[in-house]
Design a protein around this ligand. Structure first.
Ligand SMILES: O=P(O)(O)OC[C@H]1O[C@@](CO)(OP(=O)(O)O)[C@@H](O)[C@@H]1O
Length: 454
């Protein structure tokens, strides 16, 4: 049930030496989810986990339902009735097992943030968890999701009845009715976090963040987490990612720079509005175009902005990874002039920082505000660069730091990502316009190769 132990440097961003001067070496935080069923707790915990992994903080979810399902895989609503002693006993056993594993996980030094995903619906339960953690030097952060919007609850019920293992193979209507009854049983004893718990660190999200109450946030990681959580929304939307069209530098196999588009890159810029339409943007939907501040992305988005009238924003944070002294060189030239650097980058591409430039880790740090803004936004198309796109893509697909810098992202291809409650759906739309390939495999002879279709 444990995630693999991360390599030590994976969260050095938050260690004593980090650029914020934050001392969090021995920080341990237990995020205790609170809320009735169908309030989006697992969704919030899942997204927060993905965010923490992306910024390099080892985290793990302990879902009490998973422990309960070991003995009771398909319980009917009556199992959750507080006056059912057998149900009560088994549910208590499940939370105790989850708590033991969670404490063991911290004790073995496996991570910094653990989520206890359950309803944790009474003050007594929360006091017990708080004490268990406090005794072991673990901070608690209670995250309560409350909701009185029928629409949001219904959508969540719909999602749960179709995805929860509790209802696998059951008639969806019967499942939905049973799930409503389960919620009623929880409502009999549910106590919201109130004044009497004001000594705890907590955040209350009312109707998926339309109102947020924050109490006593003490440390840096909790404040980042709370900021992230309060930006989440669940309105349906998509995010489109595209690299700029082929550039003059791409043609010459040079990295970095600020060159213009090639003739084929220009053709891609003209084709982009049609490609976007083909990918299925709902008629009348609002969309914002984000580019970097470099010419090749601005030129690529030019027709998109002119033809559609969509709002456009240029972000410095979306500029390509800074290759420092290697800017303007080909990979072959880098291998010749800086052989040790070239080998070091191949060895650990995520952490390698170009002399006078950046690493992928640096790019992820500067992209954090972009991710926050993306979580708050609805439809967005991002026209950016190979390395930046890899980092954003890694966030949505929970891709590891080892894998993401090596990912192949072809030019002249539009990627459409549609986030759902339990994962991100992806579609790719390729323009029929040839381009060089700028992808280089680990240990290769370091040359941009001509694409097979050019
Ligand atoms: O990290 P690697 O794989 O070198 O890829 C990043 C490189 O991609 C390139 C193309 O080779 O980006 P871009 O899409 O902006 O042209 C280089 O400018 C940049 O240095």
């Amino acid at each position: 049930m444990f995630a693999p132990v991360p390599r030590d440097h994976t969260y050095c961003f938050y260690r004593k030496t980090d650029k914020f001067g934050v001392q969090s070496d021995d920080t341990k935080i237990c995020v205790v989810m609170v809320g009735l069923p169908a309030r989006g707790k697992s969704l919030i915990a899942g997204k927060a986990l993905r965010y923490l992994h992306w910024v390099g903080i080892p985290a793990q979810i302990f879902n009490v339902g998973t422990y309960r399902r070991m003995d009771t895989p398909h319980p009917a609503a009556g199992f959750f009735d507080p006056s059912n002693p057998e149900g009560e006993r088994m549910r208590r056993a499940a939370v105790q097992a989850a708590r033991s594993d969670l404490l063991k996980w911290f004790k073995e030094g496996r991570g910094v943030v653990a989520f206890l995903d359950a309803t944790n619906s009474t003050k007594a339960r929360r006091a017990w968890i708080h004490k268990c953690c406090h005794d072991k030097g673990i901070e608690t952060l209670f995250v309560e999701s409350t909701c009185d919007s029928e629409e949001i609850i219904m959508n969540n019920i719909l999602e749960v009845k179709t995805t929860s293992p509790d209802y696998r193979g059951q008639d969806p209507e019967v499942a939905a009715q049973d799930f409503r009854n389960r919620i009623r049983n929880y409502e009999k004893i549910y106590e919201t976090i109130d004044e009497s718990e004001k000594s705890y660190t907590y955040v209350k999200l009312i109707n998926v963040g339309s109102t947020v109450v924050i109490n006593q946030i003490k440390d840096y990681i909790s404040s980042r987490l709370v900021y992230y959580i309060q930006n989440l929304h669940i309105r349906p939307r998509s995010i489109w990612l595209s690299r700029h069209g082929e550039s003059e530098f791409n043609l010459g196999s040079k990295i970095g720079g600020d060159s213009d588009l090639s003739v084929r890159g220009e053709a891609y810029a003209r084709a982009l509005p049609g490609l976007l339409k083909q990918s299925g943007i709902p008629a009348g939907a609002k969309l914002i175009i984000w580019t970097s501040t470099l010419k090749r992305t601005i030129q690529t988005a030019r027709h998109l902005a002119a033809e559609s009238g969509y709002e456009k924003l240029e972000w410095k944070a979306l500029d390509e990874l800074d290759s420092g002294v290697c800017d303007g060189l080909t990979y072959e030239e880098i291998a010749e002039r800086y052989p040790q650097d070239f080998a070091a980058r191949d060895e650990d591409k995520y952490n390698y920082r170009y002399r006078g430039g950046e690493s992928y880790r640096d790019v992820v740090i500067r992209l954090e505000p972009i991710i926050m803004e993306l979580e708050r936004s609805e439809n967005v198309i991002i026209v950016t660069h190979q390395a930046v796109l890899r980092c954003i893509y890694a966030y949505f697909h929970n891709m590891s730091q080892e894998q993401s810098p090596w990912m192949e992202v072809p030019l002249h291809t539009l990627i459409k990502l549609t986030p759902h409650a339990y994962g991100t759906e992806e579609q790719r739309f390729k323009a029929n316009i040839p381009a060089v390939s700028t992808w280089r495999s680990k240990g290769s002879s370091a040359k941009h190769q001509a694409s097979t279709d050019s």
